[in-house]
Design a protein around this ligand. Structure first.
Ligand SMILES: [Fe+2]
Ligand SMILES: [Fe+2]
Length: 337
């Protein structure tokens, strides 16, 4: 009977110990990074066009979503009653805004400069976040009573996505095959700097969702919907990039054709990509009523990378120079409510 009571309490979000509003133990800070894309080849993994494009699609998927996170979190800020969580959310907004800018430079100054047209994939993401998931979905004004529920549902969506970005962040930090192949150091640093900050702030979205009353059941069903959707968008976008490269265009890459999926499995067996089955497996903890994002990644590993990331180190020195009263050109933090 006790076991049943424990399960019921967990589903209702009631444990023996009250969960603190914030499980983030560090202060989240924005690192004003910059990347120089002049030397980065289209095969940033040398002679591995499939895996290079597959990872490069991340540059197109993320920015619209991250700017959308920032807009929603600015809306949620006044509803937060815990001071530490409010600070976490402010740090989260600053970090996500910088991630979006970093990936946008990769698209504009690298992919587009190498003859890859990013606009179709960008348009898909803009439609998803600026039309379907907007405050006014498909331009329709919601009734007042539904506004808070719509916000909460979307905060749940962010928490689900953030579980995946933490898993992917750990994958990027732990991957050794990319280094063995001689991966381009700039793109590798972009991915690992971003991955490390995803690991750093992995608890914030879940904490905020819980704090504002998000339920276990809605996150359970949301996860069933969201994970296949993310994989579908990723494969579809990567196929579109590959179809623009003559070396791969002969396969007519497309979401609905086995070629992309078969090669995703093949390359993941070589350690160049996270396998879809492994990603599905790493999703399972999120279905647990006892899920706790602080158990999903290593803050120490993230911190260790950030001490040697060229972009993060340069950003730190910019901040240090600014404290010394010198002029600097760091991008401004995103505006917050
Ligand atoms: Fe991010
Ligand atoms: Fe994130």
């Amino acid at each position: 009977m006790n076991a049943i009571a424990n399960v019921v309490n967990a589903l209702r979000g009631r444990g023996r110990e009250p969960r603190p509003a914030s499980k983030t133990e560090i202060e989240l800070k924005q690192r004003a990074v910059k990347f120089d894309w002049k030397q980065t080849p289209i095969d940033w993994l040398p002679n591995e066009p499939f895996s290079s494009y597959f990872i490069n699609e991340i540059n197109l998927i993320l920015p619209e979503g991250e700017f959308w996170f920032c807009r929603l979190y600015n809306k949620a800020l006044p509803m937060i009653t815990d001071e530490k969580l409010r600070e976490d959310v402010r740090g989260f907004i600053k970090q996500e805004a910088m991630h979006a800018r970093g990936h946008n430079t990769a698209t504009d100054e690298y992919l587009a400069q190498r003859g890859i047209n990013p606009e179709r994939n960008r348009a898909v993401m803009k439609h998803l976040f600026n039309v379907i998931l907007d405050d006014k979905p498909f331009g329709k004004t919601l009734p007042k009573w539904a506004e808070k529920q719509w916000l909460l549902a979307r905060l749940g969506l962010i928490a689900t996505i953030e579980h995946l970005t933490c898993v992917l962040g750990m994958y990027a930090l732990e991957n050794k095959e990319w280094d063995k192949l001689g991966a381009d150091p700039v793109l590798l640093d972009l991915i690992r700097w971003h991955g490390a900050e995803e690991v750093e702030h992995r608890s914030v979205a879940f904490d905020l969702y819980q704090h504002l009353g998000g339920s276990y059941f809605s996150r359970y069903y949301m996860t069933l919907l969201v994970f296949p959707m993310i994989f579908g968008i990723w494969v579809d976008g990567a196929a579109n990039l590959m179809s623009q490269d003559q070396r791969l265009a002969k396969h007519k890459p497309a979401f609905y054709k086995p070629w992309v999926w078969v090669n995703w499995f093949k390359e993941s067996r070589r350690g160049l990509l996270p396998s879809p089955l492994w990603l599905a497996y790493r999703t399972l903890p999120y279905f647990s009523p006892w899920y706790d994002p602080s158990h999903e990644g290593s803050t120490e590993l993230a911190a260790e990378y950030l001490t040697r990331s060229p972009a993060a180190k340069a950003a730190t020195s910019v901040a240090a120079a600014a404290h010394g009263g010198k002029r600097h050109s760091a991008p401004q933090a995103v505006t917050m409510a």
